[in-house]
Design a binder for this molecule. Structure first.
Ligand code: GLY
Length: 411
């Protein structure tokens, strides 16, 4: 009798636990269990090499790794941190620390603007989850390095050192790409923890100039705006990774939605909120957005009125591939946007959840043990360059995991 009661109590407790688990809990947990297994698989590969960072897979399905100076180097550690946050697995935490600390030398890196991605996705999450002051110091030094690329003349951070137009005719020394909005989060962080407003002021001036020069009246965006470094004048508005100069490259739009949502969180400036919302509405309401919410790689690829420049490789790939990375970034951004007090909050929330469910379906999510250990399939690096077409990408996985964490936390 005594034994029977004990079993009954345990079974009742298990039953109660399950009845208190919402559909959301089950969904997030199922994705976490999958992600943890896949990341362990990817860790096996990465730990064998130990000095290079997973990015995608190659033609034969092998994992392609890059050195730490590539813009994607921080996403692997960041993915490990988000997986740790979901499951609190001690081994995952140790691996996240190991892969974060490999990036420390980047704190003095000044060769391109992507330091924000590289350091904030790795060290930023490391600091958020451990409060280790050593990580804070690395982040502040990285913000100093990123700030060296700011010019008061253009009021912008210089993304790349040089950009050559796809028409083969022009070269520019001060290109600014929409992706750069993402790197501002590191600067906002540095001002918060040091009390020095310099970093934040740079971020604000940069974001204001993006609104002025990079966002179109319909709240789509140009990928690249080229400035004259001497006068600050805008010389050209073009694309590097989109279909055409006047088209809307999907991931660029996603960076904008995410970047302005983050800028509103950090400043409370209503202009940023409005920009984030209008950019989100462009994505959600676009006639060319498939029903599952996972956009094509460019909203205007192969459409009348949009022509790739002569040297672009875009015409070599006439298939309208989806870009899961753009969808993952958008899902994460929409879930954050939906948490603000805005009239359309439910629309953003539902759209973000819909994308998350699409991405975790077998159409986009890998079979366990496959895909080199990456979580998601069907992303696009750059069709204009003819590279990384319809492949897994580490940043798609990172923003998918971030979106799962955000979904878990919102009501
Ligand atoms: N930041 C580079 C890219 O989105 O491909």
């Amino acid at each position: 009798m005594k034994k029977y009661s004990f079993v009954t109590v345990i079974l009742s407790l298990v039953f109660l636990a399950f009845t208190y688990w919402t559909e959301k809990d089950v969904f997030v947990n199922e994705n976490y269990v999958f992600a943890q297994k896949q990341l362990k698989h990817l860790l096996d590969t990465a730990n064998k090499v130990d000095t290079l960072f997973p990015r995608t897979t190659g033609k034969g399905g092998q994992v392609v790794l890059t050195n730490k100076y590539e813009w994607t180097s921080g996403f692997f550690a960041g993915s490990l941190w988000y997986a740790y946050e979901l499951g609190k697995d001690e081994d995952m935490r140790k691996q996240a620390i190991k892969w974060t600390e490999k990036l420390e030398p980047l704190k003095n890196f000044t060769e391109h603007h992507d330091l924000g991605f590289m350091m904030y996705c790795s060290y930023g999450n490391a600091y958020r989850l451990t409060k280790n002051t050593k990580y804070k110091e690395v982040l502040v030094q990285a913000a100093k390095s990123l700030s060296t690329r700011y010019s008061p003349k253009t009021g912008s951070i210089r993304s790349w050192n040089r950009f050559g137009s796809w028409d083969g005719q022009h070269k520019y020394d001060f290109p600014v790409i929409i992706d750069n909005m993402m790197n501002l989060e590191l600067l906002f962080f540095a001002s918060k923890v040091t009390g020095d407003p310099t970093y934040k002021n740079i971020a604000i001036t940069h974001a204001n100039n993006v609104i002025k020069n990079q966002i179109r009246p319909d709240y789509s965006c140009y990928h690249v705006v080229c400035y004259d470094p001497q006068t600050g004048k805008v010389l050209a508005k073009e694309t590097a990774q989109g279909y055409a100069n006047n088209s809307t490259w999907a991931r660029g739009q996603s960076w904008g939605i995410y970047g302005f949502t983050m800028a509103y969180r950090e400043t409370g400036d209503k202009r940023y909120l409005e920009t984030a919302q209008k950019m989100a509405q462009f994505y959600i309401n676009h006639a060319n957005l498939p029903a599952d919410g996972v956009s094509y790689w460019d909203f205007n690829a192969n459409q009348k009125g949009y022509l790739p420049s002569v040297n672009s490789h875009a015409p070599e790939t006439p298939i309208n591939y989806r870009d899961v990375s753009a969808a993952a970034v958008t899902a994460s951004a929409l879930l954050e946007l939906s948490a603000f007090k805005v009239p359309d909050a439910a629309i953003y929330r539902n759209a973000g959840i819909k994308i998350l469910h699409s991405l975790s379906s077998p159409v986009y999510r890998a079979q366990p043990g496959q895909n080199g250990g990456f979580l998601l399939k069907h992303s696009v690096g750059s069709i204009a360059h003819g590279i990384e077409i319809d492949v897994p990408l580490i940043y798609a996985d990172y923003y998918f995991l971030e979106a799962l964490n955000r979904y878990k936390l919102i009501n």
